[in-house]
Design a protein around this ligand. Structure first.
Ligand code: NAP
Length: 287
């Protein structure tokens, strides 16, 4: 099976590539960067293209049987996803696996959720054999907070106190590889929610335990988070993410009845725990 992975140089896509290689698939990776193409794993065919340039990127979809469709959060995410879907259709790709967000339709007011709702709707109407993956907040987002945790003893992601069922990227990539290989999730939406509901305070407590030093949750003050974030993130992204964290603080993001069990059945293994992720990561950081 020849599979094109979009987002192949990023956090999720790079693990999807590894899983597909292990399963013996022929892997094609899209990247905008000739330098990143040089660092792809051995055996991966790189195709250079930008989803924002629909004429130039079209050939990247030639000759593949399946596509993993991931769009980076950007102000052009919706059109990038829809251009990709159009090329999937034009080249007669048989299987499409799309990375969305958990329960995306419950928060259509969030800009980077709204774009995914439009892409999901277009995929469902396309007639293509699809699987939609809907992950919760990634454990691996905490890599961004390594320095602030190690240097200042602070955990800054304003997750609130209702609870989000955060998830390990490796479980998302396992589900993606299964679905791309035809593993029984055709026409389905797969919820990727981890086994524990984490709050800002519980996340900080788990990091304290494994880093062996106090890590304080910086709290739910979204105005303070916004002022800090505007120093290093683009304004459209800070505005969008502040809306998202306000949604998490009000409603949380938890799996519904039976959703996690259905996903574990597809995966064939239990979802990885946040505690195990933090333990493994803390020991790497301390080494
Ligand atoms: N973080 C979370 O907690 C979370 C939770 C649920 C869902 N998600 C979703 O996960 C997705 C992000 O996944 P990620 O963290 O793996 O992404 P990432 O690490 O930020 O990587 C982004 C990838 O997209 C590629 N890319 C960006 N713009 C492109 C363009 N115009 N044309 C072609 N390729 C392009 C990049 O490739 P090059 O740079 O090599 O071109 C890179 O491989 C988003 O849709 C987000 O909403 C995230």
């Amino acid at each position: 099976m020849k599979v094109l992975v979009l987002g192949a140089t990023g956090s999720v896509g790079s693990v999807v590539v590894q899983n597909l290689l292990k399963a013996g698939a022929s892997v094609v990776a899209l990247t905008r960067s000739a330098d990143k193409a040089k660092n792809l794993p051995a055996g991966v065919e790189a195709r250079i293209g930008d989803l924002n340039d629909p004429y130039q990127v079209g050939d990247a979809f030639k000759g593949v049987e399946a596509v993993f469709l991931l769009n980076a959060v950007s102000s052009t995410e919706t059109q990038e996803g829809l251009f990709a879907l159009e090329w999937v259709k034009r080249h007669g790709v048989k299987k499409l696996v799309h990375l969305s967000v958990q329960h995306v339709d419950r928060a259509p007011h969030l800009p980077h959720f709204a774009g995914k709702i439009a892409i999901e709707m277009a995929i469902k109407q396309s007639g293509i054999d699809f699987t939609i993956l809907q992950p919760n907040n990634f454990y691996q987002n905490d890599y961004w907070f390594k320095d602030v945790m190690l240097q200042y003893g602070a955990y800054p992601q304003p997750l609130g106190s209702v609870g989000t069922d955060r998830v390990d990227i490796r479980d998302i990539a396992d589900a993606a590889a299964k679905a791309l290989e035809g593993g029984g999730a055709s026409g389905k939406t797969v919820i990727l929610a981890g086994p524990s509901s984490e709050t800002g305070a519980s996340t900080a407590a788990t990091w304290s335990k494994h880093l062996g030093k106090p890590i304080a949750y910086l709290g739910d003050d979204l105005e303070a988070w916004e002022q800090g974030s505007l120093k290093y993130l683009p304004p459209w992204m800070v505005f969008d993410f502040k809306m998202m964290y306000a949604w998490f603080q009000q409603h949380g993001l938890k799996a519904g009845a039976g959703e996690r069990e259905a996903t574990e059945k597809l995966l064939g293994h239990p979802m990885r725990t946040f505690d195990a992720f933090a333990k493994e990561t803390a020991s790497q950081w301390k080494a």
